[in-house]
Design a protein around this ligand. Structure first.
Ligand SMILES: NC(=O)c1ccc[n+]([C@@H]2O[C@H](COP(=O)([O-])OP(=O)(O)OC[C@H]3O[C@@H](n4cnc5c(N)ncnc54)[C@H](OP(=O)(O)O)[C@@H]3O)[C@@H](O)[C@H]2O)c1
Length: 255
């Protein structure tokens, strides 16, 4: 890649923040961006051991790494995280919001707490990170944001009203923000995965997995690396004329 994207004029690395990077898609994105030349700050909810493994993988690429537990749903905690990350690694030029959860249930049986937790984490968490990070990007007149949503946010999914609503909300947030900040030199896009092999889908029963595969024309789940590769493209100058888009990585599930 063009060194200028991930490096300063003096050759120093520039910084990316990735949320929810102790595991899964977030980890793959953090490691890929480290390979691309960025220093990496990442947060997670509680799995400190897994976070140390992400740090190890990031540092293998010669990147500096800052990480801390930070609940993305907690606005003041996010502000403190961003401040600490930027004090350690410098201004953020790339933000990837990947932290996300599911709490599946038919709507009529869904506990309000399950609705609120999913909205607070997936949608409000994305707002909480975009707010301070994009503020800094606007002052510097450069930056790229990629928000990870889901095909459920595009097409809906039974038993996932909370999750689909949170992800559809991320689409509206991202498209609107893209319009707000385009003139400030900032791009905002969404990557919407289908079924990806991570802990989130590892909990599916054999029966549900078989049913899922039936609706994927490619008849297999994708990998976190395949999602990370698209994020890598979008944040680079190769994706430099793309903004406000929702791009699906789903093996054709939505055809
Ligand atoms: N896997 C799929 O098939 C799939 C499909 C479509 C969309 N997605 C989306 O892709 C994103 C990543 O999913 P994944 O499969 O990689 O999930 P995952 O393997 O379950 O990992 C979730 C990550 O998010 C972190 N996290 C969860 N809640 C958090 C919170 N409140 N504050 C901070 N961090 C939090 C977790 O931290 P801990 O390790 O500390 O728990 C972990 O690092 C999510 O937004 C998900 O909705 C996934």
């Amino acid at each position: 890649m063009d060194l200028n994207e991930a490096h300063n004029a003096d050759g120093g690395r520039r910084s990316a923040i990735v949320t929810g990077a102790s595991r899964g898609i977030g980890r793959a994105v953090a490691v890929q961006l480290a390979a691309d030349g960025y220093d990496i700050a990442f947060c997670y909810r509680e799995r400190g051991e897994a976070a140390l493994e992400t740090e190890r993988l990031v540092r293998e690429h010669g990147a500096a790494c800052y990480h801390a537990p930070c609940d993305v749903a907690d606005g003041p905690a996010v502000e403190a995280f961003v401040k600490a990350a930027e004090a350690e690694l410098g201004p953020t030029v790339v933000l990837v919001n990947s932290a996300g959860i599911v709490r599946d249930s038919p709507l009529v049986l869904m506990p309000p707490a399950a609705w609120n937790l999913v909205i607070d984490t997936n949608l409000n968490g994305t707002f909480n990170f975009c707010r301070p990070v994009v503020f800094g990007m606007m002052k510097r007149r450069e930056g790229v944001v990629v928000n990870i949503s889901s095909v459920a946010g595009v097409y809906g999914n039974a038993a996932q009203t909370n999750y689909a609503a949170s992800k559809a909300g991320v689409h509206g947030l991202s498209k609107s923000l893209a319009k707000e900040v385009a003139r400030s030199g900032i791009r905002v896009n969404v990557v919407a995965p289908g079924f990806i092999e991570t802990d989130m889908t590892a909990v599916l029963s054999e029966k549900l997995r078989a049913e899922a595969l039936k609706i994927v024309p490619m008849r297999r789940f994708g990998t976190a690396q395949q999602v990370a590769d698209l994020v890598s493209f979008l944040v680079s100058e190769r994706g430099g004329y793309i903004t406000g888009q929702v791009i699906q990585v789903d093996g054709g599930i939505t055809l």
